[in-house]
Design a protein around this ligand. Sequence first.
Ligand code: HEC
Ligand code: HEC
Ligand code: HEC
Ligand code: HEC
Ligand code: HEC
Ligand code: HEC
Length: 409
Amino acid sequence: MIQLLKGEALRHLFFITLLLSIASVGHSSAFTLQDTLRADTAFQPATQTQADTIMAAGPLAVTSALPTMHSDHLLRGERLFFGLVYFADKAVNCAACHTMYQADTMNWNPGASEISLKYLNKGSEELENVLLRPAGKKMAEAHASIDLTSQDVVMIKGFMDHIAREGIKEPKPVINRLLLFIFFSLLFLFSIVDLVFLKLTKRKLILLLTILISITYLTNTLVKEAIAIGRSQFYQPDQPVKFSHMVHATLNQTECLYCHTTAGYSHSAGIPSVNHCMNCHIIVRDGTNSGRFEIAKVVDAYDNKMPIQWIRVHNLPHHVAFPHDQHVGVVGLDCAECHGEVEKMDKVMQVNDLSMGWCLGCHRTREMDIMSNDFYSVYMKLREDVLAKRTDMVTARMTGGTECMKCHY
Ligand code: HEC
Ligand code: HEC
Ligand code: HEC
Ligand code: HEC
Ligand code: HEC
Ligand code: HEC
């Protein structure tokens, strides 16, 4: 009877294991690295001035400077901010637009910590102004239904100051996969120990299967993790200013090279300076999606002569050199071949893994036109071969594009 029960229990364990492993295999490619990267960019001050404000208003400075707020009031401020206080039709949920967490898609409304920081050193009358007498089309629309008393605004302000000082809490990273990893490791250990020493389980087959499954899961995870170190395909950080390629490159038809001016003749494609943005934003101050808030950051950076601290999306390891000039200027490749449809993205995402295999794959297979491109006039031999039809396709491999030193030096 006891043996039977044990067998039964093990069988259950086995099926649970099987289900769990099937469920997890699909997820393991997007393991913790992406989560870590994402968490790293939780909130970035857009400009040095903002960063200075935070520094200057460090927790101690602020607590001593501000009249201390009663914790009941803070709680009421929080409930007002989350729209929990009034009856449904009157409640305004600030957090529905001014989110506490970052989203995967572009949220055009300013985040809760951004508005809080902006008003940290301002009085609650100023907050009352933007809430009850909003300026600008977008804000007037968004704040139209707000109906608060000055008292309420003071309490909301108290909660916003609290956010500005304490920061918003990041959601806990997914630990499921780590737990699974530990679970399988333990299962593996137990099965081995039982098989060799304890011999509790009579059915060896079940033990062997458990070992097989756990070992498959463990190696699968380890290999994927090892490959993913330093790579960040699908990396899509939040930027300090909600700059959208969709808005600029597609809706407003701005050429890539108008902003990434050096892509055609230099290794680096370059990111436009604040001055460059101001070519247009000296006039354009209202965005259809974001209102004035985001463009105001650009103007602020310009007035304070501070750069916007963009977060780099694509980043090769230091031992690799990638020349944009050769690919864009000489060969004339389209940006989309490597970067995907950036013009459709609100937030830039790295779509290719930028691995060595990816580079070499194209260098080996991609047909090049060396006949009409003057850059390749030195390749006499190759040109003769093409004319004499001894080669039907010239690839970067034939011009040395797979030699280690071309990319590593
Ligand atoms: C109005 C100026 C502007 C135009 C036009 C523009 N970009 Fe950008 N681009 C930027 C800015 C600013 C950034 C940095 C912020 C970001 O990553 O969103 C950027 C970032 C990028 C990045 C990511 C860089 C990194 O950090 O790895 C790529 C790739 C890119 N642009 C490609 C393009 C392509 C392709 C086009 C044309 C379809 C284009 N851009 C048009 C301004 C511009
Ligand atoms: C070639 C002109 C031009 C340049 C250069 C330019 N912008 Fe814009 N930008 C526009 C226009 C036009 C709009 C759309 C305004 C609207 O929605 O009506 C806009 C909108 C925006 C918006 C608001 C988007 C929305 O829909 O709410 C932001 C933020 C922005 N730009 C940031 C930048 C930054 C940062 C730079 C520099 C890297 C930059 N822009 C460079 C023309 C430009
Ligand atoms: C329907 C969405 C929505 C709701 C609800 C909302 N807001 Fe806003 N809020 C916005 C948008 C959009 C902007 C940016 C508009 C602009 O800059 O033109 C904004 C801007 C702000 C700003 C920055 C103003 C500035 O000087 O740039 C503050 C502060 C603010 N909101 C506070 C609040 C508070 C507090 C509540 C709740 C009582 C609230 N908002 C509710 C959408 C919303
Ligand atoms: C053959 C592939 C390829 C093509 C084509 C390409 N890029 Fe890139 N791009 C890359 C790689 C790889 C990186 C990362 C470089 C690094 O980290 O050193 C990069 C980085 C960037 C960056 C980040 C800043 C920098 O200069 O390193 C921008 C911006 C960018 N590319 C824009 C463009 C634009 C705009 C075009 C089209 C005119 C373009 N790229 C065409 C592969 C390409
Ligand atoms: C979509 C195709 C494509 C991709 C992807 C690509 N390349 Fe290239 N690359 C080319 C072509 C075509 C040439 C031109 C070969 C030549 O000029 O000899 C080239 C040339 C080069 C050269 C210059 C070789 C020389 O002769 O001076 C370097 C260096 C280089 N690539 C590095 C890279 C790296 C690093 C990556 C990956 C991060 C990469 N490439 C990805 C197509 C590609
Ligand atoms: C077309 C460009 C290119 C050529 C040619 C090239 N590599 Fe790489 N190599 C890369 C890139 C890009 C990486 C970074 C890959 C990554 O981050 O996974 C890399 C990474 C490496 C690494 C580090 C291991 C790793 O995966 O990160 C080694 C070692 C290496 N290459 C050796 C070589 C040798 C040896 C050759 C000549 C046979 C060579 N490479 C030719 C582009 C190239």
